[in-house]
Design a protein around this ligand. Sequence first.
Ligand SMILES: [Zn+2]
Length: 275
Amino acid sequence: MLERKFNRRDFLRLSAVSLGALAASQAVAGCSGSNMRFSRTPPAAAEGEAAAAAEGEGEAAAEVGQGEAVTAPAAHAAPAAVTGKFTSAQGLMFLLQGNQRFVSGQVQHPRRDAFRRADTLGGQTPFAVVLTCSDSRVAPEVIFDQGVGDIFVVRTAGNIAGEIALGSIEYAVEHLNAPLVLVLGHQKCGAVSATVDGGEAPGHIKNVVEHIAPAVERARGLQGDLLANAIDTNILETVHQLRTSAPILAEFVNARRLEVFGARYNLDTGSVTFL
Ligand SMILES: [Zn+2]
């Protein structure tokens, strides 16, 4: 299966190129690197600046896409998606920086104070949507070291996108202008494992298993560990589902207003591997 671990060198390279582009556009998000403090700039007012920032990041994003850091985001060859206050490149960088802090034990627990509560009282402008598993070990705000109002989280067993989850993601993209969706599966996922094991699932658990089953069947044709392959295949299938989902998400992807990535969270290291 195609995948590449996001190692420290890759991270530093991405940080360097993205931070370079961000330096000229800090007014967009009112932020600076990991110490960013998001302003309450109305999305409509920031749109022009954000678009300019995205243009500036085009070259950097292309460099990342051609390198060895991320294999899946072929979309990175084009300028970063932008829809409102943030670009997808900014959103991706914030997630990577936060995960790096989590892995290295240097978490900042940013934007979790009374000021932030007050600042977000009038509305939310999350820089990313994270669709991940309900597994209690995979809490997005924790593993990405983010705060109140930063990420729009949708969680289901097996990180699958049924009708309600899909509607939730569409809401975040269309109404809240989130430019990035990350589908995050994880090592040793119980929902995928149960599907691999087969047998009759009781109650509504059956719905979860049935949703994951096609990915498991496709994974059976791959070499290597079946569960690991099934977990990755399930992530990639969901990424494909979201990128092609009509009417809303596919339109936003085609209009370069949304990027969808897939990644796996590694329980043992705390790191995130992009697929
Ligand atoms: Zn899981």
